[in-house]
Write a new protein. Structure first.
Length: 67
């Protein structure tokens, strides 16, 4: 949450609570999940990590079916 506060909340002025919700949601979806590298995921963005994981699981399932 430190990143959210420093990169979005402290740098923005919101007109109302609804505007804050929209802005924060957009930050989380477009910046934090798609572009920002995460050390826990091997320095890849969460969306890329999830795509790689899904591909690995699909490949493992295909291998199980072919044996």
């Amino acid at each position: 949450m430190k990143t959210l506060k420093y990169e979005e909340v402290f740098r923005s002025e919101y007109r109302d609570l609804h505007g804050a919700h929209l802005s924060i949601r957009e930050f989380l979806e477009k910046i934090y999940n798609e572009k920002r590298l995460h050390s826990a995921f091997g320095y890849v963005p969460p969306t890329e990590f999830e795509a790689n994981l899904a591909a690995q699981q699909k490949e493992a399932a295909a291998r199980r079916l072919s044996t």
